[in-house]
Design a protein around this ligand. Sequence first.
Ligand code: ZN
Length: 312
Amino acid sequence: MRYIVFCIAFICSTSLNFIFAQEDTLSTSIKIKLPNTNLFVKDAIIEEVEIPIISQSDSIAPIDIKSEHWDTTVYNPYRNTLVQFPLQIKFTDSVFFSPVAHKKVITSRYGWRRGRPHQGIDIDLVTGDSVVSILEGIVRFARYSGGHGKTVVVRHYNGLETTYAHLSHIAVKANDTISKGGYIGKGGNTGNSRGSHLHLVASFKGEYIHPEYLFDFSEANTIRAQELWVTHEWTRARFHNSRRVSKVNLLKTKEAALASLVKQKKVYVVKKGDTLYGISRRNNLSVSKICNVNAIKKTTPLKIGQKLVLEL
Ligand SMILES: [Zn+2]
């Protein structure tokens, strides 16, 4: 750093007219434009030189992720912890590592499924396929856990936890540090599972977040944003259907997250053939919520032309 400062000081003192310096906090180098001929000649040709920044450590404060709720014996150590919404999650990476080596086929999504919440996504695999950690972190839990079967939970340095369930073999132990793409174990069909697959969960302080709100599971493996705000809508399975892709509307600031909480009302006019179930599904609302808002029962027959208030 001292070298860079020296260079800039030297160049600035020589000729201010030709110097343009730019420093991006995320980049690992600094670019400076220099004239390649006599500094005092008008219209000199400007060349760009790049000076690498060796250490950026002073800009990232280390966080001790093991300081709170670090329990290697329970799946969710945050039980009974009150969390304030919206949740802020920051990422330093812009891409994650695919948990499986092959093309990811999602067989079931986060959302309501067979009358129960499905709090992760299912990625197809063959028993024995390698499973790796999507980001770096520390293994918080590595053992058999009821319906999840053989399970590994990794806590990442931003506080997010990812769970890898139904494994056939666990290759890590609690408190192991793990790199992004680091081997966790082999995929399988242990616990309450219908066929071999990876059940991948994303959680923050015990709140199970819709993984597709944070991560794009296409081949790009991108993290949706460097800063994301998570509302209840993205931590409750009942707002989603495990068989359908949920529309992702990213909330990148606290203001946007708070604004999204203001309920929007829409009036829907009942058409021929409409059912409460159909209207609820199309609008991502539960039947009981529509009934509550409109003071009707689930069994009340709908009339064509009837107006229903939908709180979106
Ligand atoms: Zn699952």
